[in-house]
Design a protein around this ligand. Sequence first.
Ligand SMILES: [Zn+2]
Length: 314
Amino acid sequence: MSNETKPYAIGIDMGGTNTDIGLVDRDGHCLARKNLPMCRYTEIGAYVADVAAAIHQLVADRNLTFSEIAGAGIGAPNGNFFTGCIEHASNLVFTGVVPLAKLLGEQLPVPVALTNDANAAALGEKVYGGAREMDDFIVITLGTGVGSGIFADGKLVYGHDGFGGEVGHTILHPGGRLCTCGRRGCLEEYTSARGIVQNYNDLCKEMGVEPHEGADCQWLSEAADRGDETAIRTWVITAEHLGIGIANAATTLAPEAIFLMGGIIQAGHWLFDPLRIAFNEHLLCMQRDKIAILPTQLNANDAAILGAAALVQL
Ligand SMILES: [Zn+2]
């Protein structure tokens, strides 16, 4: 069986708190999954052994053999597709440069590939989601951070060193809010979960009202549903920041569509309606009203696993 015809793949979504591992078929169904809490691990050897064991178990539980598995794809923070290494990820216990694809590959009889989580998200949209027929599109993941994966001319953009396509760290406001990357004014600081809460707090201060204690994106979305004016305006302000950020990316890349992914998109029309307006306002006139802004077509629970599996099923 050639790799292109193998019916299954393993997707591994490695995050700061959990690793989710899933068995995925060619239609993008996650058939079975396992979860490893990261708090169990202090060193990489034990972690890799457990990931490999979980994969062997997933394959055995379905009475499959590895000859039916195309490979294992890993989506990880700061994952470098070219080297198969995680490089200096700040939210993992494994520090420095970790050759995860090589280490896991030594314990599995199938190919292992690795990339960063946002690139994996774009691959998932291409292989299983709404971008199947598209050669040019951008996926933006809105969550703790703001990640992005870019397809241009039918290929994922890695850049010369594997770290290309970081729309979240393009500078929107020079000298603005301090970003986790050490610079100031990145798009991420205005449109990530913490950035949105900061937008809300700044707005409350400007309006001279007391902010709701413990406000988060879910609260802001529910408060907007209740007609809370500050919450509604927070989404409009957030949409303005995001609209400029993705219009800049679209001006460079001329994508067919921009997909948004991550928990924040549950704000629904509170975010999408003002975003489409702001985005179009900031586009070059010949691009206006030609680029769709869409929610991901992948199931939220499986998106990260599907993206990782897509690495070996493309
Ligand atoms: Zn940054």
